[in-house]
Design a protein around this ligand. Structure first.
Ligand code: SAH
Length: 234
């Protein structure tokens, strides 16, 4: 949960999670104390609040995750790859048990920033009344955790775990993006005075690929070879 302002929403989220057997709650820059109000709303799910993790940024929160899905109530200026709530649960089921996944929920008043969305592989929107489609954040958490719970209750044999075994983490992918931006700046493909949406479009492209660790290593190797070539020819 990013930048949550109301402790009742954090408590209600903990309860929704525990009802659906989801346990790991991370608060990114919470804007309220987690005290009596939150615990009252959590009801029997106080252990989820006790064990919460708090981070200063979304980047830090999702560092070890290989699949990051943003829950968003809004259409964005740069459309992001979208999945339905059911496809969200399917994507999670495809992963092996060690692979870490994050579902990201935004601020009550303003949702997620574009920079936060860009740390995510996919965006999920919960279909709702077009005239009133923004759910309470804990209700949105309830809906997505329910989809995951339903999917887990019906395990399938043909898990694609092997294919996803070495999925790159968010931290590794962010390292790649920094390296890419650096090389594109050096080669002047990226005009830092006038960058436009280039890096955002490249992020969208690479996030869609759900890269493995070895694929990220190849891409970084290519960037390093460009850097070496350049320093030799100078
Ligand atoms: N006015 C805000 C709405 C935020 S609601 C905005 O413009 O974005 C708080 C959070 O609940 C959202 O950031 C999102 O994570 C979740 N949420 C609310 N309604 C949703 C919906 N229909 N689909 C997916 N997520 C939703």
């Amino acid at each position: 949960m990013v930048g949550t302002t109301h402790p009742g929403n954090i408590g209600a989220a903990a309860r929704a999670m525990h009802n659906m057997s989801v346990s790991s709650l991370v608060l990114v820059e919470p804007k309220c104390p987690i005290g009596e109000i939150a615990y009252a709303r959590a009801s029997g799910a106080s252990a989820i609040l006790d064990n919460r993790r708090t981070t200063a940024s979304l980047q830090e929160a999702v560092r070890e995750c290989s699949l990051v899905i943003a829950s968003s109530a809004r259409i964005r200026s740069l459309p992001w790859p979208e999945v339905t709530p059911q496809q969200t649960a399917e994507k999670i089921r495809e992963l092996d048990a060690q692979t870490r996944v994050a579902l990201v929920f935004g601020r009550e008043h303003s949702g997620l920033t574009n920079a936060e969305l860009q740390l995510c592989h996919y965006m999920v929107n919960i279909p709702a009344n077009p005239e009133f489609s923004s759910l309470n954040v804990a209700a949105a958490i309830q809906v997505l955790c329910y989809e995951i719970f339903k999917m887990n209750a019906n395990p399938v044999e043909d898990r694609q775990a092997i294919a996803r075994e070495c999925a790159a983490t968010s931290h590794e992918i962010e390292g790649y993006f920094r390296h890419l931006e650096q090389v594109l700046t050096t080669t002047q493909f990226l005009d830092t005075e006038n960058p436009g949406l280039l890096m955002q479009r490249l992020r969208r492209l690479y996030q869609r690929l759900e890269m493995t660790r070895s694929e990220v290593n190849i891409l970084r190797g290519i960037l390093s070879s460009v850097e070496k070539y350049r320093s030799r020819s100078e």
